[in-house]
Write a protein that binds this ligand. Sequence first.
Ligand SMILES: [Zn+2]
Length: 427
Amino acid sequence: MGILARMAGRIGNIVGKIRGGGSSLPGYLALKIEPDFLDKIVFPKEVILVTGTNGKTSVTNMLAHIYKSAGYNISTNAHGANILQGIATVALNDSNSKGVIEKDVAILEVDEGYLPIIMKQVKPTSLIITNLFDDQADRFGSKYQLAEKIFSSIPEDISLYINGNDPILVNMSRLLSNRKTKYYGIKLEGAQCHGEPCPSCGELLWYTNHHYDQLGEYNCPCGFKNPDYDYFASDVDLENNRFCFGGTGIRAEIRALYEIYNMVAAMTVAVDRGIEENTVSRAIETWTPISGRLESIKWRGKDTWINLVKNPAGFNATLELLRREEKETYSLVVAVNNEPADGVDTTWYEKISWDNIINTPIEGVFVTGSAMNEMIEVLRAKGFKTEGFSLQEDLTIVDRIGSKPVFLANYTAMSSVKNWISKNNQQ
Ligand SMILES: [Zn+2]
């Protein structure tokens, strides 16, 4: 492998450390000098890629935790550097001078837009797809277009792990033969309703249980329905933090259904790849959520929480949680930027189901971030009491928030909001 690319990467590492952050700079520089840099890396025998709109960082992180608990040496991008430069950085940091990654397994989160090109260079043995929702339309198009792009690029000799509660994924995966496809899912008791269009015939799907967005338990007169699951969660009890997986009861810090989706995805792959079930369930019970993902925090002595919300599906799952859990008066603090990493298009704010929380004891919504005005416009149209503020300049806001604030932030807004919280907690 090219010495120059490797040297450039080393320099990138040093610069990154001095500047703080800059986590993908080494890979960026290595690819500048050698565009086919990743082709020359010898990856471990087992390479597991995780993609999808929501949950990929958590699933990657959980899977890495399970493999480590089982005694494996792993190579992973646990910090979400999931585009080409990020993968190249992992390869650079974890390989020896001959370009060989001497680990048992690589577990890599991959951006859904970059998946086709990364699969060509990294040659995965397994691929997990968590879900596909509308997200960053300027980059991905619709969820249907994205599904076609992804599924047309999946190589033949791969083990596929598919969320069977997502009709879009299930429909596409049926069109692929020759793949070792395993389905995972969640089985719930619940209300019946019509939902999304059937991806096979276009009629409305009948949901015997609608989880959120297009996810759920569905069937259609044309015969399209959930596949038989190879692995699934049942007896879900969010109040008491538990569910069943196979024959095993799992107790873990869970508040939202999507957290169970993430756990089931990671456990499915680990068990299916041969890790002992006991080790898997013990590991998942001791997994600590990533900072900012439904994280419990203190705000001026009160217990509250913060969550990452970066697209309508994630937002709606969070509002559903508010509707179910918040019985006391609360306020929302929403931080939204429209940087390239968030998607500059803000029209998706209109797809958020704010009606979900209109009857909860909410006092008001405080909005900040570079896309504040776009969000305020949507909230006002829905009838919420709303005001904007600046994290840097507005000193009276802390007192005006009043009741318990629940914090929601999108991708690039998360760290500035968390800094702001810890600063104001100390006063
Ligand atoms: Zn149908």
